[in-house]
Design a protein around this ligand. Sequence first.
Ligand SMILES: NC(=O)c1ccc[n+]([C@@H]2O[C@H](COP(=O)([O-])OP(=O)(O)OC[C@H]3O[C@@H](n4cnc5c(N)ncnc54)[C@H](OP(=O)(O)O)[C@@H]3O)[C@@H](O)[C@H]2O)c1
Length: 241
Amino acid sequence: MTEQTIALVTGANKGIGYEIAAALGALGWSVGVGARNDERREAAVAKLRAAGVGAFGVPLDVTDHASVTAAAELIEDRAGRLDVLVNNAGITGSAPQMPTTVDVATVRTAVETNVIGVIRVTNAMLPLLRRSTSPRIVNISSGVGSLTRQTTPGAETGPIAVAYAPSKTFLNAVTIQYAKELRDTNILINAACPGYCATDLNGFRGVRTPQQGAAIAIRLATLPDDGPTGGFFDDAGEVPW
Ligand SMILES: NC(=O)c1ccc[n+]([C@@H]2O[C@H](COP(=O)([O-])OP(=O)(O)OC[C@H]3O[C@@H](n4cnc5c(N)ncnc54)[C@H](OP(=O)(O)O)[C@@H]3O)[C@@H](O)[C@H]2O)c1
């Protein structure tokens, strides 16, 4: 087995995921670029390699069990273990998302990708993560999933979004449950809020760069062994639940 640290970033072909892959690669790590579209994945891998990153493509649709299983097999064959998993792939779901008029299919799709996709990928990768000496899992959440912020008058939580925002609240709750089950292992699992970044997800209206958004994921991916688990963090520190 290679000594080089092995990471997998889901949804790494663009946006914050791409920048997470680039930043982990800059640490000298070998980075799996998880992406569902062949062309977009290979373009991202080529761009990362041109920048000196030890990137490799991992075909991966987080909503597809067979795809996720094949991704775990690919990493098993290539590296025999996984050190860091960044569950970044996410969608907002189609608009409108007003609770009283939403198409429930929109809610279901957001949960399928943003929550169940994370559980599916995490569980497929866990046998590989358990072989690492310092496994880390980072779930890319969002401050809009913070119930405290959602119920604090004046707090900036974006538009009403009955699919997207609760899917991130759900993801936060799922992160806590994993941390509780894995408490007696060396696996640290945390949720990260990248802040409002200019990406396809929001029509590039975000005020931060995707590189800035990636920074908290890098911090949580490189936590020391006595670092936190079951937390929710952004650049400024802990995010309220
Ligand atoms: N941008 C922000 O302001 C912001 C704020 C808070 C949290 N976040 C979170 O940050 C993460 C990254 O978002 P982003 O802003 O970088 O958005 P983005 O540019 O739209 O990137 C999303 C990535 O997820 C991938 N993806 C979506 N569904 C997938 C699936 N079923 N299987 C595999 N990959 C899938 C996309 O792949 P395709 O190219 O194939 O669609 C793309 O690579 C998301 O979890 C998002 O909720 C973003």
